[in-house]
Design a protein around this ligand. Sequence first.
Ligand SMILES: Nc1ncnc2c1ncn2[C@@H]1O[C@H](COP(=O)(O)OP(=O)(O)OP(=O)(O)O)[C@@H](O)[C@H]1O
Ligand SMILES: [Mg+2]
Length: 398
Amino acid sequence: MKRKIVLTYKKNGTFNQAVLTIDKKSLNILNLKQDEMVVYLSYLNNEIILKKTDNKRVEKIIIDKDGNLKELSKNINLNISHSNKEKGYFNYKLTIPVPIVKAMELDKDPNVDIRVEKNNIIITSLKNKDYKNYIVEEPEEIVFREEKSEYNQGGKMNNIFTVKVNKGGIGKTFFTVQIGHGLALQGYKVLLITSDSQNNILHYTKNKKEIDKYDLSKGLRHAVLYGDNRDLYIKIRENLYFLPTESSIFSESFEKKFDNFIEKKRIEYDYIFIDSIPTMDIDKKFMECSDQLIIPTFCDYSTYEGTLNVIEEVGANKIHSIVINLFKNTKIQKKYYAEFEKSLLGTGIVFPKPIKELSLIENLIENGKTIWESGSKLLIDAQNSFADVISKIIEKRS
Ligand SMILES: Nc1ncnc2c1ncn2[C@@H]1O[C@H](COP(=O)(O)OP(=O)(O)OP(=O)(O)O)[C@@H](O)[C@H]1O
Ligand SMILES: [Mg+2]
């Protein structure tokens, strides 16, 4: 089957990259799972072979003494592109490594022949061949409709939130869990991710013995860089999923690939919450791809000032809600509460009643339970405050 590789060029007219669309049939041949984003590519003798990847595949590159590429083998990520987001149509795109493009001279003639042998896809250049008799077939689009949640019928997306505060211990992880679970209980499909390799989300939702069962050596990093698959996700409650983080160090290539990854998740899930660690560069990346921020804060001078600085920095529009946590009814805390009220008036930022510091909350967290799983009357105020945030989140999407 003849197919044309799409070449793109830089502003100055030089070659940039060569991209091949992988169609549905080929995807079936490779037996890729819907959320598997990686294939094993090998180049030899003017031929590219694509195979399903596994742990045994070796990566190698051989260049002869004249500097010509002889052999190249590597796991390579596929990119997803939405041709119709609302209908859930996708295409997989393979960016052919530049040394192969040069060796096969695809930049001069992008016509290729694609054929299937056993479970492999074989791509050869049509250079010097009479390819007039070939029939050009347009790749068939892939529909992942069943992946989409019943509530997420496309349309306006406003569903990624980072829970952020430039200070430790104010309640980022606690908020992420309570808001995520609150939405999950209403039937929305929710994903929690984190840049914190401590993966505290598990400690706040599972009992300690259970946590040891999970393999946390593969998570977000693996999903973004080496291929996403369902086994990486931990179901922590009905409709509530957690993708752990194996390391808090994120490479440049992770950052590059993250956009693509999160855009796919945006469609799969109704809501995504990112529990951050603010000292890392990655925080900036997560904030960029978030629609809005949810800010836990505290009633003292430095946190109050810090919160106002964040509003100034990112703009009030980027902030969904600011919620005071660990509140005690002291004179000083009441004073800062009043200051917050004054400062947030008219900004459109959701500002519910403060969440009190309660030993009951501490106990729930310790036992891996959320505030929605206790019938205690002491929690009604906290539940109401989180319910305010949740209802505004739901309101905003419709
Ligand atoms: N309203 C509350 N009442 C009592 N204890 C609370 C409350 N909110 C949070 N805590 C406790 O405060 C501690 C810090 O909360 P949390 O881990 O959510 O903060 P964090 O901002 O995620 O911290 P880090 O920056 O370390 O990730 C936890 O031990 C939690 O049990
Ligand atoms: Mg935390």
